[in-house]
Write a protein that binds this ligand. Structure first.
Ligand SMILES: [Zn+2]
Length: 206
């Protein structure tokens, strides 16, 4: 039996999607934008047993992993640290993370050797900005672009694109989520209320 990953994430509160009915509230994001969906993978990645299932099950994330040799799995802090660790454990590689450094990301605590192959993973790809910064940070810390695998593996891709730069995005779940400035939000125009998901989870999901 195949697991419905989207439903599993919804059941754990990691994905919420507006059902299209104007009487239902929609999401007010931290950025101030309004949205018909909300993703917070923490509710899934905090559960090691669920992450193990995601990697091990048929049609899970394990099947999206590249077949090439991987020496390091790198995620960006903090969201992708646990996923990088779990993927590394699954394939027998080492795990590392990049962390914020001004506007960019840097590899501060790990030394990746020459010609070691690096797989970049992400929990949620929204715009792809932080993933691209992680790739830049790796290169600034001496990792050759050619040693960063041409696939990026993530739990949720809500970016609407299948590539980041020259690399292919492979996701467990692909979502079509929209964001609007408040003045242009069609859900507001339809009479739906904008609520912050973290403090109004019950209203959004009831
Ligand atoms: Zn709105």
């Amino acid at each position: 039996m195949r697991t419905d990953w989207r439903k599993l994430f919804q059941d754990h509160g990691a994905i919420w999607l507006h059902d299209g009915r104007p009487s239902r509230p929609h999401a007010l994001l931290t950025s101030g934008l309004h949205s018909d969906g909300f993703v917070n993978c923490t509710f899934v990645t905090q559960q090691p047993e669920v992450v193990k299932r995601i990697l091990a099950e048929q049609d899970g994330l394990g099947t999206r992993l590249p077949r090439e040799k991987v020496d390091w799995v790198v995620g960006s802090a903090f969201g992708a640290i646990t996923l990088a660790y779990a993927v590394a454990a699954h394939i027998g590689a080492r795990a590392a993370f990049t962390e914020k450094d001004g506007n960019g990301m840097r590899l501060a605590r790990f030394e990746i050797g020459p010609e070691e192959q690096v797989l970049v993973v992400e929990d949620t790809v929204s715009t792809g900005g932080s993933t691209l910064k992680t790739i830049e940070g790796l290169q600034q810390n001496g990792v050759a672009a050619a040693d960063i695998l041409p696939q990026i593996v993530c739990l949720v891709n809500r970016s609407g694109v299948d590539r980041l730069g020259e690399r292919e995005l492979r996701a467990l779940i692909k979502l079509d989520i929209h964001v609007w400035p408040p003045a242009e939000c069609p859900l507001c125009k339809g009479g739906s209320q904008a609520l912050r998901p973290k403090t109004h989870w019950k209203e959004l999901t009831s």
